[in-house]
Design a protein around this ligand. Sequence first.
Ligand code: AMP
Length: 282
Amino acid sequence: MKTLLISNIADLIAYQKNLQETLEKDTRIGLVPTMGALHAGHLSLVRTSKQQNTITIVSIFVNPTQFGPNEDFKQYPRDLQKDLSLCEETGVDVVFAPQVATMYPQRDTICLNPPKNMGYVYEGFVREGHFNGVLAIVLKLFNLIKPHRAYFGQKDAQQLLIIKRLVQEFFLPIEIIACPTQRDTDGLALSSRNIYLSSEERKNARKIPQALQTIAKAIEMGETKSAPLLQMGKKALEGIECEYLAICDYELAPLENIQKNASLVLLAAKIGKTRLIDNLWV
Ligand code: AMP
């Protein structure tokens, strides 16, 4: 089956109208929002959506409003043809890949703020305005595509938790499905930004998953206090620039003690010019 490429809103609405007229009542639409440069992490979300829904739609849009002025919006990898063939191989029904002007037709726009406690710490602190941009684009995609389920990676833990809040607070009839982080053989979480790394940097980047594994092992051995866990993690990160390493609950509040099934270890580090994030759901 060929993947249908849609890039404007009129075509998307026509597609949906046709879908409603021709498909059964129990048809379910799964949405996988991405910024493209697809890798096996994205495709694992697609596969989960395909198992759970009748139709799987992947959106590919490098969202300018979630990038800060000094970030990599311009350099961000873009290869729609390659993404399309990956989607086709994986059995994606529709790729929605709009232009910036399609998604942001107004200059002066309504701004959605994340909750104060969740949206201005960690990623939201380092990347000012990041979650305003994420919330805007995700709400637009939800309203346009009207999925029953939407798939997000645990790799972007803070994003996942804030989107769950969006759905809950605005009574959106969408189920958010969290999907586990996919890793390369050396443990590094797959990311579209990994291609920025030189081979030397790539070796150094392994310290990120290693630090998280060290913490995970200590937790398994019974350590529950955040302070020694963070100390172990920091030691494992020596030699790379750690932006933050923190233990918090699912509302992003710092924790002195780990609580099983309710804690996160969040990590952001810079390897050369490349910023990478990773985490551990405890
Ligand atoms: P992005 O294209 O980076 O915006 O990512 C699109 C979606 O894929 C987000 O929900 C990410 O959390 C998810 N994702 C990115 N990398 C991974 C990974 N390594 N494993 C699982 N999900 C991922």
